[in-house]
Design a protein around this ligand. Structure first.
Ligand SMILES: Nc1ncnc2c1ncn2[C@@H]1O[C@H](COP(=O)(O)OP(=O)(O)OP(=O)(O)O)[C@@H](O)[C@H]1O
Length: 646
C-alpha cells in the first residue's frame, strides 16, 4: 500500500506504468477477441493492394506492345489464347482489365473497412468495460488521489485514441507493407539497378522518422495528461456550480479554465510544431529521391545511361517503373501518418494500461472464504492506520459483543469515520487486525464482508434514477413492497409520497432535487432493505431536523436491536442511549463506557455534553484551548491533503 501513496505521480492515472513495454501491442494481444475481423480486413487489404498494382503494369505494357510495338503483349498467369491478336483488341482488353481491377479494388476496400472497423470497435468496447471494471476494483485511496475528470479522460479520450489507431493505423500499416513488398518485387523484376536508385532515400527516411518518434513521444504523453487536467477542472466546476455561483467566483473559474486550456493548447502546439516539420521533411526526401530515379531512368531511355548501367530500358518499362516508383514512395510518406497515430495511441495506451495493470491494494486473498456472521462481535486488535505519512489511528484496541449499539464520538478529525471505514475494508489497517466473529476482515471475501455491513455515510450518494431504484440499489431483487417497507422504517415514505411521481420520481444527478435530510433517509432505507448483520451509521441523521431524528431513532432502535451497530455522531443525543460509547481523540480511544459512566468520569465526553447542554460556563479553560489547537491542526492537515492532490 505504501508505494500507492507517494505524491510523486501527481495524481495522474497510468503514469506509474513502465514506458519501456509497448502498451499498444500489449493491448492488441490481450484484446484479440475480434481477431477474425482483423484477419478479414487484412486479407482484403492485401488483395486490394494487389488489385491496385495492376493498372500501372497494364499501362506500361500497352504503351510498349500496342503503341510502340517494342515487346509482345503477354501477361503472367494469363494463357496467350485469351489475349486478342490485334492492337485495338488489346486496347479493349487492357481497358477491361483496368475496369475489372478497379471494381475488385472497390469491393476489397469495402470488406477491408468493415473488417478493421468491427475489429477496432469491439476492442474499444471490451477495453472500456475492462478498464472500468479494473478501476472500480481499485481501493478507495486510488480515487481520492486521482481526479474524476482525469479518470474519465482515460476511460473516454484515451480508449478512443486507441480505437482510432487500431481502426486506421493497423490497416494502413498492412497496406504500406503490402505495397512496399509488392512493388519492391515488381521493381526488382523490372530493373534491378534502377530499383537500387529508387531505394536510396529509404535509410534517410527511416532515420528522419526515428528522430521524429523520439521527439514527439513525450509531447503526445503530455497532451494526454493535459486533457486529463482540463477534464478534471471542467468536471470539478460543473459539480461545484452552486458554490461558484454563491461565491460569485465565475470570473475566477473562467480564468482557471482558461489557464488549463492554455496548458492544453501549448502542449498541442508543441507537438504540432514537430509534426508539421516532419511531413514536409518526408516529402522533400521522398521527392528528391523520386527526381533522382526519374533523371537516371530518363537518361537511360535516351541512351545516355549513368555510369555502371548497361542494357536497354524501353519507354513503356520506364513509364511502369516511374509509376511504381512513385507508388513506392507514397506508402513511405503515409508511414509518417501511421507513426504519428501510433505515437498518440502509445501515449493513450500507456495511460489505459496504467489502470489495467494496477493491482487493487484491497482485494480478496487467494484463499479467502465467505464471512460467517454468528453473533456480529467486532474486535479491533491493536490497530494502527495512516492515509499517508501521518498516523491517523493508533493503539485501537477494543471488543464489541454482537448485538451491541456502540456510539463513537470525538472532536472533528479524531478519526471516527476512518475507524469504521476499516470495518468493510474501504481501507486496510497498517498494523493489527479488525475481526468480525473472530475472522480477520482481510481473510474473508470482500463480497461477503460488504454484504454483511450496512454503511450509511453523512453525505449519501444517489444515482440518477428513480427513488425506488435508489432504495433498491444493492438489493436488486427487492419487491415494491419491500422497498416501501424500508422507506417507512427510515421515515422516508411520507416525503416520497409527496413527490410528483412518488417512488418513480427521478432524483437528479446526486439527488440534487432532494434535501440533505431526505437523501439521508433514502440512504437509510437502502441500508434497511439490505438488512445487514452489522450497521455503521456515520453521521447518518445529521442533516435531519431533531424532531425527525427522534422518530428515526425510534425506528432505528428497533432495527438495531439484534444487530451490532456503530453510530458516529456529533449530536450526543443521538448516542446517549447506546450500550457503550467510545470517545476518540487524536486517533486513540480515550474513554469508553455508557453515557452515565462517562459523565461520571468527567473527561472529554463530559465536556462535550456540557457544550451541547449549553453549560459552557463550567467548561475547563484547558478544554477550550485544546479545541482551538485541534482546529488549527485539522485545518493544516486539510491544507496538506489539498496540496498533495494538486
Ligand atoms: N481520504 C483521506 N486521505 C487522507 N487523509 C484523510 C482522508 N480522510 C480523512 N483523512 C484525515 O484523517 C483524519 C481523520 O479523519 P476522519 O474523517 O476519520 O475524522 P472524523 O473524526 O470522522 O472527523 P469528522 O468528525 O470531522 O467527520 C483527519 O486528519 C483527516 O484530515
Amino acid at each position: 500500500m505504501s508505494s500507492e501513496r507517494g505524491p510523486s505521480d501527481k495524481g495522474r492515472p497510468g503514469t506509474s506504468t513502465s514506458r519501456s513495454e509497448n502498451p499498444v501491442w500489449r493491448l492488441y494481444t490481450e484484446y484479440g477477441v475480434a481477431r477474425r475481423y482483423a484477419a478479414l480486413g487484412a486479407v482484403a487489404t492485401i488483395l486490394g493492394r494487389l488489385f491496385g498494382l495492376i493498372p500501372a503494369f497494364i499501362i506500361g505494357l500497352a504503351v510498349d506492345a500496342i503503341f510502340l510495338t517494342e515487346r509482345p503483349y503477354t501477361l503472367p498467369l494469363v494463357p496467350q489464347v485469351l489475349i486478342p491478336g490485334t492492337g485495338v483488341g488489346q486496347l479493349y482488353f487492357s481497358i477491361a482489365i483496368l475496369l475489372g481491377a478497379t471494381a475488385a479494388g472497390a469491393v476489397a476496400s469495402w470488406v477491408e473497412d468493415w473488417g478493421w472497423s468491427v475489429f477496432a470497435q469491439r476492442i474499444q468496447r471490451n477495453l472500456r468495460v475492462d478498464a472500468y471494471e479494473r478501476l472500480q476494483s481499485l481501493e478507495l485511496a486510488y480515487f481520492t488521489r486521482h481526479r474524476t475528470g482525469d479518470l474519465m479522460s482515460v476511460l473516454n479520450n484515451d480508449v478512443n485514441a486507441l480505437e482510432t489507431f487500431l481502426e486506421d493505423g493497423l490497416s494502413a500499416t498492412l497496406w504500406i507493407l503490402t505495397t512496399i513488398a509488392g512493388i519492391g518485387i515488381i521493381l526488382v523484376g523490372l530493373n534491378l539497378p534502377l530499383t537500387a536508385v529508387t531505394l536510396l532515400p529509404i535509410p534517410l527516411l527511416a532515420a528522419f522518422t526515428l528522430i521524429f518518434t523520439r521527439v514527439i513521444a513525450p509531447r503526445y504523453l503530455s497532451i494526454r495528461e493535459e486533457i486529463g487536467d482540463l477534464n478534471s477542472r471542467l468536471e470539478n466546476n460543473v459539480s461545484g456550480i452552486e458554490v461558484i455561483k454563491s461565491e460569485g467566483a465565475e470570473q475566477f473559474e473562467t480564468e482557471r479554465v482558461a489557464a488549463a486550456s492554455d496548458e492544453y493548447l501549448s502542449a498541442n502546439l508543441s507537438a504540432i510544431k514537430v509534426r508539421i516539420t516532419y511531413f514536409p521533411g518526408l516529402n522533400i526526401i521522398a521527392g528528391a529521391g523520386f527526381a533522382i530515379t526519374f533523371l537516371v531512368g530518363g537518361l537511360w531511355v535516351l541512351d545516355q545511361p549513368v555510369i555502371g548501367l548497361t542494357g536497354t530500358l524501353t519507354p513503356g518499362e520506364f513509364v511502369t517503373f516511374v509509376i511504381y516508383a512513385q507508388q513506392f514512395l507514397w506508402p513511405i510518406l503515409r508511414l509518417g501518418d501511421v507513426v504519428d497515430d501510433y505515437e498518440r495511441a502509445k501515449a493513450a495506451g500507456s495511460r489505459v494500461q496504467g489502470v489495467l495493470s494496477r493491482d487493487p491494494a484491497v482485494s480478496d486473498r487467494p484463499d479467502a472464504s465467505a464471512l460467517e456472521v454468528t453473533n456480529g462481535a467486532v474486535t479491533y486488535d491493536d490497530v494502527r492506520f495512516a492515509y499517508s505519512r501521518e498516523t491517523v489511528l493508533s493503539e485501537i484496541d477494543f471488543a464489541v459483543e454482537g448485538g451491541t449499539t456502540v456510539g463513537v464520538v470525538g472532536p472533528t478529525g479524531a478519526g471516527k469515520s476512518t475507524l469504521l471505514k476499516l470495518l468493510p475494508r474501504l481501507y486496510d489497517v497498517d498494523d493489527g487486525a479488525v475481526r468480525i466473529d473472530g475472522q480477520d476482515v482481510r481473510e474473508v471475501t470482500l463480497q461477503s464482508l460488504r454484504k454483511s455491513i450496512g454503511y450509511v455515510s453523512q453525505e449519501p450518494f444517489l444515482f440518477y434514477g428513480t427513488v425506488a431504484e435508489n432504495i433498491r440499489y444493492g438489493t436488486f431483487d427487492a419487491t415494491k413492497d419491500d422497498i416501501e417497507e424500508a422507506a417507512r422504517r427510515a421515515q422516508a415514505h411520507e416525503f416520497i409520497e409527496n413527490l410528483p411521481s412518488e417512488y418513480d420520481t427521478l432524483v437528479g444527478e446526486r439527488g440534487v432535487k432532494l434535501s440533505g435530510g431526505q437523501r439521508q433517509r433514502l440512504a437509510l432505507a437502502r441500508t434497511m432493505l439490505k438488512d445487514p448483520a452489522i450497521l455503521v451509521l456515520d453521521e447518518a441523521t445529521s442533516a435531519v431536523d431533531t424532531e425527525t431524528e427522534a422518530i428515526i431513532q425510534d425506528r432505528l432502535a428497533e432495527f438495531a436491536a439484534n444487530r451490532t451497530t456503530f453510530v458516529i455522531a456529533h449530536r450526543l443525543s443521538t448516542v446517549r442511549t447506546a450500550d457503550r460509547i467510545l470517545v476518540l481523540d487524536d486517533g486513540r480511544v480515550v474513554e469508553d463506557g455508557t453515557h452515565e459512566a462517562l459523565l461520571e468520569t468527567d473527561g472529554l465526553y463530559a465536556n462535550f455534553w456540557r457544550v451541547q447542554t449549553g453549560d459552557i460556563a463550567s467548561l475547563p479553560q484547558e478544554f477550550l484551548e485544546r479545541a482551538l489547537r485541534r482546529q488549527a491542526v485539522v485545518e493544516l492537515a486539510d491544507e496538506e491533503t489539498e496540496e498533495r492532490s494538486e
